[in-house]
Design a protein around this ligand. Structure first.
Ligand SMILES: Cc1ncc(COP(=O)(O)O)c(C=O)c1O
Length: 388
């Protein structure tokens, strides 16, 4: 089976593409850390510590929890698979749209998945209707992404606490994916403090996005419930977290200035991109993260691709179609280039519009004839708007 399509699919492309599809820290991986790492050849020659003891200790200190409640994994993705295999849920609730990795993990264990549809008229925010989905369907597990990928919006703490309490009462495991939280101004420790009073709460995160290190593969989860935690830990492949990942993880935790600088850059540049794109007539949905979801003409993403700018087409996020695309917030120079490319594309489209109705109808007919060569949105039965 082919793997799920994500951002960052640059393999096979010509050099020169600017990748706005992968949403990682625009500052890039801290170069000084890479250089220091090269002074440690033992990272390549020794088996890694299976317990990731030093890294878990450093993480525990940062997050304000005991290291025994943390497990590290080969990216957040391995963590989600371990959770699904360890807890074996029969019924699962995910939102649409959201990151497809939850579904990927849940499909591996044959869980029945219900989708809670997030509505465009609500700016894709989670609303009270989610409570109905949760209490009517009573899933064994629910996944929420905070801030949500591909939108970048946050659920407020009061509402989230209500959801945590309901999950606790009805024994639904609530997996909160906070991989992008470090780009926002939300208080990470608030989440970790909830663990001791919510044994069904699982926090999943990763170094991947905040430290721009998707190739190193390092994620982690935290839970304060020994029995279920142990079932999850049992699912891990031996030595799945490399010595390099463990060393780099500990080292980057010291880079608080780098994180602060990245967050500041993201704030400024997200505002710049939002402003420029809105002026051009695109709809930009509210985001507090390092990416924005944009709605516009379905041809824009392909036109950008022809100009060697890769954006994340969003048609394979359940609940979205090919009018939407996600843009990562990058450095000012890169963002400015993208804005110029979009301006040129828009100018070209005006010319296109001048070919008139008949011209457009002809284009549509040609597109239909070659349907299988174009990317068309999948309309599937499982987008059922559960609970709304
Ligand atoms: C919301 C979210 N969580 C988790 C992941 C996967 O993270 P990792 O690369 O650490 O497995 C992604 C990847 O795009 C993501 O968007």
């Amino acid at each position: 089976m082919a793997h799920d399509f994500h951002g960052g699919e640059i393999y096979g492309l010509e050099d020169g593409f600017v990748d706005f599809s992968v949403n990682i820290n625009p500052l890039g991986f801290p170069e000084n850390v890479w250089k220091e790492m090269l002074e440690h050849p033992e990272l390549a020659t020794l088996y890694p510590d299976q317990d990731c003891a030093k890294l878990r200790k450093a993480l525990g200190k940062k997050l304000g929890i005991a290291p025994k409640n943390i497990i590290c994994g080969n990216g957040a993705s391995e963590i989600f698979s371990m959770i699904a295999r360890g807890l074996k849920p029969e019924k699962a609730l995910v939102t649409a749209p959201t990151f497809s990795g939850y579904e990927h993990a849940l499909r591996q264990v044959g869980a029945t998945i219900a989708y809670h549809r997030l509505m465009e008229q609500d700016q894709f925010a989670l609303t009270e209707t989610y409570i109905e989905s949760l209490t009517d369907f009573k899933p064994n597990i629910a996944f929420l992404c905070q801030p949500n990928n591909p939108v970048g919006n946050l659920i407020d703490h009061d509402f989230l606490e209500k959801i945590m309490d309901i999950c606790e009462q009805q024994e639904t495991f609530l997996v909160l994916d906070i991989c992008f939280l470090g780009f926002t101004h939300d208080d990470e420790r608030w989440y970790y403090k909830k663990l001791s009073t919510h044994p069904h709460l699982i926090l999943g995160s990763a170094f991947t996005k905040l430290y721009a290190m998707p190739g190193i593969r390092l994620g982690y989860m935290a839970m304060d419930n020994f029995y279920d935690f142990d079932d999850i830990v049992d699912q891990q492949t031996e030595w799945s977290v490399s010595g390099i990942a463990q060393w780099v993880g500990q080292r980057v935790l010291e880079e608080s200035d780098y994180v602060e600088e990245g967050r500041k850059l993201v704030d400024e540049e997200r505002a710049y991109l939002t402003d420029q794109l809105t002026r051009m007539g695109f709809t930009v949905f509210p985001s507090e993260a390092n990416f924005i979801l944009v709605k516009g003409d379905w041809r824009v993403a392909d036109s950008l691709y022809k100009k060697e700018y890769l954006v994340r087409k969003a048609y394979n996020f359940k609940g979205l179609d090919n009018e939407y695309f996600r843009i990562a917030v990058k450095t000012h120079e890169e963002n400015e280039e993208l804005v110029w490319a979009l301006q040129i594309i828009q100018a070209d489209m005006i010319t296109f519009q001048e070919i008139g109705r008949q011209g457009i109808d002809d284009m549509v007919a040609i597109r239909e004839m070659h349907r299988d060569r174009f990317e068309m949105p999948e309309i599937t039965d499982d987008i059922m708007g559960f609970g709304v």
